[in-house]
Design a protein around this ligand. Structure first.
Ligand SMILES: [Zn+2]
Length: 265
């Protein structure tokens, strides 16, 4: 089984999508912790970087690349793509490419992917997308207004598939019948359970998705759900470490998403 660790590089107030917040986290410190974590395991990783993040922290993006990790696009700004017209999506995709340089993969902010966006990505020479997960958690409540026919389905779990020529590498849901995505939130809430059930997961690809704020401890933001920042910081790092350790004990190969998509190492 191939395992991809993916990190969506964005500011804390990009992650807190319920409202605008002033509270910040120390991104440089978060990057140091992520780096230390990856180096401790000597595993590859894919970073989906927001264009605005790359503009503000070019040294971090350079450092990511210098270490041989993959950089993909997380769009130019953390917007719900379902609320944008095709021209705006195309513009944001192009801007992010201009800022980030060579990228092959994409993850939509808030996982707001649909067929029209897949076509734009294909036109803009992206090879793969990783925004879809077949789960009751998808689409996110804020994006459920999208027309059903545009949604990209959950036909396959744990294996890449094509959407009009673009390769979709869906986020892992686990166990399949519950549809728990392996994101920072579920790792913070159910890390121990996920870790102990991993041995039963037998699919082609296992995609983990985490965020910088989870590595350093996020402040609670009034108005957001109780679970939003709970167990961030060291408890999260410990849970993620246990998951990676257990995956490494299995018959797995850690790869970048570009490697899974056959377009990079
Ligand atoms: Zn994001």
């Amino acid at each position: 089984m191939k395992v991809c660790l993916t990190i969506d590089m964005e500011e804390f107030n990009d992650s807190v999508i319920w409202k605008d917040v002033e509270k910040k986290i120390d991104i440089v410190e978060a990057w140091k912790k992520i780096k230390k974590f990856l180096e401790g395991f000597d595993i590859p990783a894919t970073f989906f970087v927001l264009g605005t993040f790359a503009e503000k922290y070019p040294d971090i993006v350079k450092s990511i690349r210098d270490r041989g990790y993959e950089v993909g696009s997380h769009f130019q700004s953390h917007q719900n793509l379902y609320l944008l017209g095709d021209d705006e999506v195309r513009k944001g995709v192009r801007m992010s490419k201009k800022v980030l340089g060579k990228v092959k993969g994409f993850r939509a902010p808030m996982y707001s992917m649909h067929k029209g966006i897949a076509k734009i990505l294909k036109d803009e020479n992206f090879v793969y997308d990783s925004s879809v997960f077949p789960s009751i958690f998808y689409p996110h409540p804020s994006i459920r207004n999208v027309e059903k026919k545009l949604r990209i389905g959950s036909e396959r779990i744990g294996a890449p598939y094509k959407i009009d020529g673009l390769l979709e590498i869906p986020l892992t849901v686990f166990p399949s019948y519950i549809g728990l995505p392996i994101t920072g939130t579920t790792i913070r809430l159910y890390g121990g359970l996920i870790s102990s059930l991993l041995k039963f997961y037998r699919k082609e690809v296992f995609v983990v998705n985490v965020h910088p704020f989870e590595f350093v401890g996020a402040p609670h933001v009034k108005g957001t759900p109780w679970w939003f920042s709970i167990n961030s910081g060291q408890p999260f790092v410990d849970r993620l470490r246990s998951i990676i350790r257990n995956l490494k004990r299995m018959d797995t190969n850690f790869e970048t998403m570009a490697s899974v998509a056959g377009c990079g190492s």
